[in-house]
Design a protein around this ligand. Sequence first.
Ligand SMILES: [Zn+2]
Length: 281
Amino acid sequence: MSNTATAMPVLEERHSGFNHGYRMKCECGGTSYISAADYHAEQTVDALMPCDHCDRTIHFGPAVAALRDQDDPALDNARINRLAWYHTSASHDWPSMTYSSERREQLLAGARRLHLPADRVNYYVERELSLALHVGTYEAAIENMLRRMRDQDDAASQFYLHRVSLTVDPVRVDGGCRDENDESAAKLATIDLRTAGLDAVRYLNVHECAGSLSLAVLPETINGVQTIGLPVASLAPAHPASLLNLLDRVQRRLDDLRATAPDTLGHRAAPAPHDAAWRCT
Ligand SMILES: [Zn+2]
């Protein structure tokens, strides 16, 4: 793991795991719970569930996903800076200082393929380059990576998990949370936040880790980042050379002993057919 900050503060973790259930909205205004097992078993059948509050049937899915936890700590502006936030990307040094120039070339090539008018190319490129940064729960970050691997030709990409510390001004965070279904939270540009006088906008995820909260933030609110490559090959440190040398010497000594006294080390030669061990008694 690498640190881009001199020191990361102690951060509060809130891992919920991947076997969580979901809450779905009904037209009556209530929300009802569906387990992860039922959600995934039924979503390709009829995607219907009963409402806990009225006689209606809910057609569940991202369009009606609701906040999973009414007491989600991320709802408290004063706690945002104390929480560990996560992001996955194919960039080791996210948010990279060179990202903008590299991404600009990709966007210009895309604009050329789309035959966009010249006056729209600049707007399109500048808008894409100024998108706010997004952080969320550990589970949302991992699910985002898996979606990219499945849907965006990133199946073979090297991904990195970034653990993020924020320094937002609590009074410069939008109240409540926006809904990915209703507002373009995923496409918020930094100019949108600056114009509104905000450091961060909180929004409800409905596609990844549905029902959890993510933040769109200004780049300068990122206080520190810890990064680790995925998948994690090993968390155990490599053995020191002195230990490897010692083990090598011990192994050589054992080999010598086996060669000179095989019977005492469990390497007894197979008995000949006339030996007692082969006789039936
Ligand atoms: Zn209802």
